[in-house]
Design a protein around this ligand. Structure first.
Ligand code: MG
Length: 455
């Protein structure tokens, strides 16, 4: 099956994002609310992450929705996957004010459909059309919607994850949680505690200035977490991005677990339990495909972006296929028997379950995964389309996958060349069985791109 990626004017792969007061203003968010309220009727759930601009922007959003006749349930501060779960369970649509992993000066809007997935490209194009045309339902006094505050609803999300696993499966396990001052302060520590774990938190007080670390859970930003994991003898540390749809892990020795390895570890466990399809973007390391195939699962590749993964999973199921797992190589994993979106809280809980049921340490499990080398690079260019066309011609006699950019597939390695949708750069990823062949492939490709760029 083929998933098509459409270029949009305002929305990127994960909604609208921008620097507050510059690209993203209350006026724009009001307009998005009016457009969404015109397009989707009924009761809309809204939520936000902990950013300082969140309250101003969520009020603009609600004003737009209410004035176009929608009712609004304000779920307050909560992770994006928590709002997605609630929308799937009981609302007609949803909208989240979040800029995910971006620095504190950013914010954004993510639209959620009734099934809990992010709005797909076709519907987003319709929404953009309304936003640019300013063609909204008029404000009529007798049709204005009503608002309810429901910050307690996040407990339903916590309950759903805890009850997905055997009772107290984490008993005896110590875990350090770093919510990064984001909305998962309200969820992951409680989820793991209710699973029986002894939980210590770091950056566990919500604060939109992110005083402890930036919302992107990079290995550099997680050194304090790593130290704490080792000093308290924890089984692992887990950190989330700014809206907690992603989880990254620190093993019991304080080592950062690369996100593709995290994906492969959980994929191996799930595909061992249940056979079916695994869905992931073309940018994910081969280790995920290797472990999935070893367990008898099949793999489907999509364009880069979790929405394409989620929608492909849904399409495959509607065509009668069994789909067991999905996700991206950045710690954003999708558990289809829970919901069709990336879920950081669920990922943390799954790690507790895997360590408990295997009785092994995280570092030992990681060491049993196939070894791969991944190289990520980028190059500035204003001629992204030409670079891609020429690369396609240069490598025309090799196996190519054109799902998103150009992926050149060799026996023990692959390279992906993509033009960024938001910046004048070309992104390059190499994934190889050995370090030498990865570096050779990288130099070869960079030489070609440099020459094309100078022509
Ligand atoms: Mg995120």
């Amino acid at each position: 099956m083929q998933t098509t990626k459409f270029q949009k004017r305002l929305f990127g792969t994960n909604g609208v994002r921008g620097v507050v007061g510059k690209d993203l203003t209350p006026d724009l968010v009001l307009t998005i609310g009016e457009a969404l309220g015109t397009m989707r009727k009924g009761c809309i759930a809204v939520g936000r992450d902990t950013r300082t601009s969140g309250e101003a922007l969520v009020n603009a959003l609600k004003s737009g929705l209410l004035s176009t006749g929608c009712d609004v349930v304000d779920c307050g501060i909560l992770p994006t996957p928590a709002l997605q779960y609630l929308v799937k369970e009981q609302f007609d649509s949803g909208a989240m004010i979040t800029a995910s992993h971006n620095p504190p000066e950013y914010n954004g809007v993510k639209i959620i459909e009734a099934d809990g997935t992010e709005m797909g490209d076709e519907e987003t194009l319709k929404l953009e059309h309304l936003i640019f045309d300013l063609s909204f339902c008029p404000l009529l006094w007798e049709h204005v919607g009503y608002e309810i505050h429901a910050p307690h609803l996040v407990q339903k999300y916590i309950h759903a994850i805890v009850h997905h696993f055997p009772d107290k499966v984490g008993s005896g396990m110590t875990v350090v949680v770093d919510p990064g001052s984001g909305p998962s302060c309200l969820t992951t520590p409680q989820i793991l505690t209710e699973m029986g774990c002894r939980v210590l938190t770091l950056n566990g007080i919500m604060d939109g200035t992110f005083p402890g670390r930036l919302p992107e859970p990079s290995s550099d930003g997680l050194r304090t977490l790593a130290d704490l994991v080792v000093s308290c003898g924890a089984a692992f540390g887990v950190a989330h991005d700014g809206d907690a749809d992603r989880s990254v892990f620190i093993d019991e020795n304080g080592r950062f677990v690369e996100e593709n390895q995290e994906f492969a570890l959980i994929a191996r466990h799930i595909c061992h339990q249940k056979k079916g399809a695994l869905v992931t973007p073309v940018s994910t390391s081969q280790i995920v495909e290797i472990v999935a195939k070893n367990e008898g699962s099949t793999i489907y590749y999509t364009p880069v972006g979790s929405i394409y993964v989620a929608r492909t999973m849904r399409s495959l199921i509607s065509e009668g296929n069994e789909v067991v797992f999905g996700g991206e190589g950045n710690g954003g994993l999708i558990f289809p028997d829970h919901q069709f979106c990336r879920d950081g809280g669920m990922t943390a809980a799954m790690m507790v379950f895997i360590l408990s049921s295997t009785g092994q340490q995280l570092s030992a499990l990681i060491n049993t995964l196939p070894k791969r080398t991944m190289i990520k690079d980028k190059m500035s260019t204003s001629r992204g389309a030409k670079v891609l066309e020429d690369i396609k011609k240069i490598y025309k006699n090799e196996t190519l996958d054109l799902t998103d950019g150009v992926k050149i597939i060799r026996k023990n390695s692959w390279a992906l060349v993509r033009a960024s949708g938001t910046e004048p750069i070309i992104r390059i990823i190499i994934d190889a069985e050995c370090s030498d062949c990865g570096h050779d492939f990288h130099s070869e490709l960079m030489d070609h791109i440099s020459i094309i760029n100078k022509e």
